[in-house]
Design a protein around this ligand. Structure first.
Ligand code: ADP
Ligand code: MG
Length: 277
């Protein structure tokens, strides 16, 4: 075979094109570590000496009233917002404050925003396929897109998100809940170590919420999952450890029952439209 044919061999992985990403080291500590993180917007401290750790494989729920700093915290972890002070580490090896957004994504941190952003005209299968191709560290898979490995991965993700029967249908005709699952599937295609999920059940039916609870709890163990959510019934259904944010720092942390009966937590929810439990 000629050199050129060798070059375009579909299943060939070009090592020199794959950027080096050193693995996340969690042997001696948490997968995510925030210490004394602060950020101000026009003099207002949105995040105020925030310290928080997430263990490898953990499912953590973050709750807190509007404006508590939940989304800003995710912006800091993903490199969208730079804090004024503090440290943010991914495992013991990666100082996230020295990385930009694409680098952080490539290290294995996936983020799901509130609004689903699937490609409506493409099929469910194609959406998953595309999200793999978009992963620059897997760029050679563009040429190997129909390889068995990619198909197997798509199949696996379709089962996980419960959309096997919808694989060939356009994403545009999926229900709101199904679109949210597809978007989680698109993140899973890149095998993230840590998944950040912002308000996954907003606008979902009860049935879709129950299915989402199953999906997220099933991901824990294989991935570390951080869920920010307002719906207390939903949080109760999936919660192991719950962290309550208030005015940019941790107000309480523990089991759902512990935080829900904490007088400080009850107080910050009083007068709001959310119930404490
Ligand atoms: P949550 O997600 O818990 O509701 P946010 O993290 O969105 O809270 O916001 C925390 C506070 O920081 C709010 O008072 C918000 O108005 C403010 N804030 C967030 N991002 C910005 C920004 N880019 N510029 C100015 N203020 C911001
Ligand atoms: Mg928010």
């Amino acid at each position: 075979m000629s050199f050129f044919h060798n070059m375009i061999d579909r299943d060939r992985v070009f090592d020199f094109l794959v950027p080096e990403v050193s693995p996340v080291d969690v042997r001696h500590g948490p997968i995510l570590y925030l210490e004394d993180v602060s950020v101000s917007f026009d003099g207002f401290k949105a995040i105020n000496d925030l310290s928080l750790t997430i263990d490898d494989g953990e499912l953590r729920c973050i709750i807190g009233p509007n404006g508590a700093g939940k989304t800003t915290m995710m912006d800091i972890i993903t490199g969208k917002t730079r804090p004024d002070s503090g440290s943010v580490w991914f495992g013991s090896r990666h100082d996230l404050l020295t990385r930009n957004e694409p680098e952080i994504a490539r290290l294995g941190i996936g983020r799901k925003f509130q609004k689903p952003t699937v490609f409506e005209a493409l099929s469910v299968f194609e959406n998953l396929e595309l999200s793999m191709a978009c992963d620059k560290s897997l760029w050679p898979s563009l040429t190997a897109r129909l390889s068995g490995e990619v198909n197997d991965r798509i199949d696996e993700v379709l089962s996980t998100i419960g959309l096997k029967g919808q694989a060939r249908r356009p994403a545009g005709i999926l229900s709101h809940g199904q679109k949210q699952w597809l978007e989680i599937g698109m993140l899973l295609m890149q095998r993230p170590r840590l998944l950040l999920v912002d308000e996954p059940v907003a606008g979902m039916t009860e049935q879709e919420m129950a299915r989402t609870a199953e999906l997220l709890t099933g991901l824990a163990g294989k991935h570390s999952v951080v869920v920010v959510e307002h719906d207390m019934g939903f949080v109760r259904s999936i919660a192991r450890t719950v962290t309550v944010l208030h005015q940019g720092s941790v107000l309480a942390e523990g089991s759902m029952d512990q935080v829900a009966s904490d007088p400080r937590v009850v107080e910050v929810y009083l007068g709001g439209d959310e119930e404490a439990a």
